[in-house]
Design a protein around this ligand. Structure first.
Ligand SMILES: C[S@@+](CC[C@H](N)C(=O)[O-])C[C@H]1O[C@@H](n2cnc3c(N)ncnc32)[C@H](O)[C@@H]1O
Length: 218
């Protein structure tokens, strides 16, 4: 009961691309397109290395791979099921510039020796707190994976680890772009401020005027 339409149809459009999705994998949300939009604005369109951490069905990675055919995209996730689906979505597009590697946070980047090699690290990580989870729509709680949405007591645990862990993998002038939740801006600004490596920090608003994407530049 209350099964989201996207799971029934098995498809959800993102960045005007139809993505195959299945229960157990997060349904892409329209506000996440802001990450794609900002990377395209900032990209040199040359041979850049872009990493997507927590790729899910591959919506961000595939959209960027199509828009930036000269870029090399690395997509990671802890969930094998997500990576299988993301590979399926790649096979349905005419793209050959994505590789997948399973692992938590930066473990795949370490394995691939991407220290100081990344132009962009992007992520739509889990950012809901344990306290907020019971208040989410029943449709979400019954059908979407909690592990894709909830990040500890505060909801900020994964975002903080991304901000602390990204600098060694970014080139000088490289960017971390992370989707964030409503009301998280100030706390996240303090995470960036605690490390002197971030030369510039910016927040981008979604169509509802909510700070939705945090960007740190080294
Ligand atoms: C909010 S979903 C985002 C999925 C997709 N990128 C999107 O925008 O719709 C978060 C994803 O991060 C993955 N994830 C959770 N914790 C992770 C971690 N520590 N390292 C890598 N991926 C993680 C989840 O399996 C899930 O696929």
């Amino acid at each position: 009961m209350g099964t989201p339409l996207a799971y029934i149809r098995g498809v959800r459009e993102f960045w005007s691309i139809p993505f195959t999705i299945s229960p157990g994998i997060l349904i892409p949300r329209p506000e996440t397109e802001l990450i794609v939009e900002k990377v395209l604005e900032l990209s040199s369109r040359e041979n850049e290395t872009i990493v997507d951490i927590g790729t899910g069905c591959g919506n961000i990675a595939v959209s960027l791979a199509k828009e930036l055919p000269r870029a090399r995209i690395v997509a990671t996730d802890t969930a094998m099921k997500a990576l299988r689906l993301a590979k399926l979505n790649v096979s349905r597009q005419k793209i050959s510039n994505i590789i997948f590697s399973r692992g938590s946070l930066f473990s795949a980047l370490k394995r691939l020796r991407l220290e100081e090699k990344c132009d962009f690290i992007v992520s739509n990580p889990p950012y809901v707190s344990e306290e907020e989870w019971p208040k989410l729509d029943i449709e979400i709680r019954n059908h979407e994976p909690k592990s894709a949405l909830v990040a500890g007591k505060s909801g900020l645990e994964v975002i903080n680890k991304l901000i602390q862990g990204a600098p060694p993998y970014l080139k000088p002038g490289g960017c971390l772009l992370v989707e964030i939740g409503i009301g998280q801006r100030d706390k996240i600004l303090s995470f960036f401020d605690s490390s002197a490596v971030w030369k510039k920090v910016n927040f981008f608003k979604d169509l509802n005027g909510i700070s939705r994407v945090a960007m740190g530049k080294t």
